[in-house]
Design a protein around this ligand. Structure first.
Ligand code: NSS
Length: 431
């Protein structure tokens, strides 16, 4: 008999003889019948073991199969309107591969209990749907870059200087010297554009965030791009294409999972089309004040302010030209207005907020050196980074996408922890 997956089995002609391997998702005993819903990586399928049609040995084996036991069943498919998907498997053979006594998750448990049991909870149908969406998102992001002439490179994680400020650095002891876990591969990517021009990397980035929010992890997946001969607007164009391409593939390939998660598909359909609007920081401040937010020019936009801004837009949108004092030293000052930088964020709608941060980079040696000093940083630590402005400097731009935040928005999750199998947040290193 053919070994099948649950989802394919639903589409086979009635009466097909197949075997299935999976886990016991639900189990009921009604009279002389046992109904076992089997779960595998594709979905679920109802099976029925009828004591009148199987040997006593087989029936007893089925009785032993408790919730989350791994089992193999063989039988014949039959139409059954009361079964999920309208098909059930009438079983002739059962084998329990791995018993499961008293599975610790029974339903209705709280967040902390489920986090303690994350290694088991990641099998849930909800999280399985997210992993499938995450897979397709990652695959689409990579595909876009490979098909559009971007070179993949491999930057280090152990580093010596901060990219995004000292406050969120994780310290590591590097043979008696202080080292840090990378916050961003940006500086290494900048160095690599002088050989490859358009580069990208997908790495973990680390942030010892002070604030505990729904959208911060200590360890997150960071997709970063850097392009030579590119101005801020060129980089924004790439961001728009990349995001809409990934959304488009998720809509084409993961509609079932999105529907299982009750995601509003219309919102993603709008994002698929691209054409993301763009406002300046100045305009953002005006829009915020119109909604009664008390914010002064020069203050940073936090999660709350971003949430209010998203009420003005139905697609992802850009905010550009931030005051220089709230952004990193490497961002190029606007030649027309040196109190603002050529930086941009991309915010996801529906309250989600920032998923991308990027900018045109300061490419003038003297200006960059002054910016480093102005920020109270040690130019010696940034010598190699400054060198890039001494030997063949070019206008260049890039950005970083928070993959977990992107998945969180696509899947419509209300907390970033469920976008990643083993989240590092709230001082948790377990499991
Ligand atoms: O700090 S960023 O805004 N920008 C950079 O790190 C640049 N050096 C990237 C670059 O230009 N190459 O972070 C980029 C994105 C940000 O928009 C978020 O989506 C995500 O990284 N991010 C995070 N995701 C999850 N958790 C945390 N703590 C986090 N911090 C940033």
């Amino acid at each position: 008999m053919q070994l099948e997956k649950t989802k394919r089995a639903l589409r086979l002609p009635e009466g097909s003889e197949i075997c299935l391997r999976g886990w016991v998702y639900r189990k009921r005993e009604i009279g002389k019948k046992i109904f076992i819903v089997i779960r595998d990586s594709e979905g679920i399928l109802q099976t029925v073991i009828d004591s009148g049609r199987v040997s006593e040995e087989t029936f007893n084996e089925a009785l032993k199969a408790s919730i989350e036991a791994s089992i193999e069943v063989c039988g014949r498919t039959a139409r059954e309107p009361r079964a999920p998907g309208g098909v059930e498997l009438r079983v002739s053979k059962v084998k329990v591969w791995g018993p499961s006594e008293d599975f610790p998750i029974k339903g209705g448990e709280g967040v902390d209990y489920l986090l303690d049991n994350r290694h088991l909870w990641i099998r849930s149908r909800k999280l399985t749907a997210v992993w499938r969406i995450r897979h397709t998102t990652l695959s689409a992001l990579r595909e876009y870059l490979i098909n559009n002439g971007w070179w993949e490179v491999s930057p280090p994680i152990l580093t010596q200087a901060a990219v995004e400020g000292g406050a969120t650095l994780f310290k590591v002891d590097f043979f008696g010297k202080e080292a840090y876990l990378s916050q961003s591969a940006q500086f290494y990517l900048e160095a690599l554009i002088y050989s490859l021009e358009r580069v990208w990397s997908l790495t973990t980035s680390f942030r010892a965030e002070r604030s505990r929010t729904r959208r911060h992890l200590y360890e997150y997946w960071h997709l970063e791009l850097e392009e030579a001969w590119a101005e801020m607007r060129d980089s924004m164009k790439v961001a728009e294409e990349l995001i809409s391409y990934a959304i488009s593939r998720v809509l084409d390939e993961r509609l079932e999972e999105l529907e299982f998660l009750k995601r509003d598909i219309e919102s993603l359909e709008r994002a698929r089309k691209g054409n993301f609007p763009s406002i300046t920081y100045d305009e953002a401040i005006e829009l915020l004040r119109k909604k009664g937010v008390d914010i002064k020019w020069g203050e940073d936009l936090g999660a709350d302010e971003e949430r209010v801004l998203t009420t003005y837009f139905e697609t992802p949108f850009f905010v550009t030209h931030f005051p220089k004092k709230i952004k990193s030293f490497y961002m190029k000052l606007d030649p027309q207005r040196p109190d603002v930088v050529l930086g941009f964020d991309l915010l996801a709608p529906e309250g989600y907020g920032e998923i991308i941060g990027g900018s045109q980079r300061e490419d003038r040696y003297e200006v960059l050196l002054n910016r480093i000093k102005e920020e109270g940083l040690d130019p010696k630590e940034y010598k190699w980074y400054l060198d890039l402005r001494r030997y063949g400097s070019v206008p260049h731009s890039g950005f970083g996408l928070g993959v977990d935040r992107f998945v969180m928005w696509i899947a419509g999750l209300d907390h970033i922890r469920d976008s990643i199998p083993f989240p590092r947040f709230r001082d948790r290193l377990y499991p």
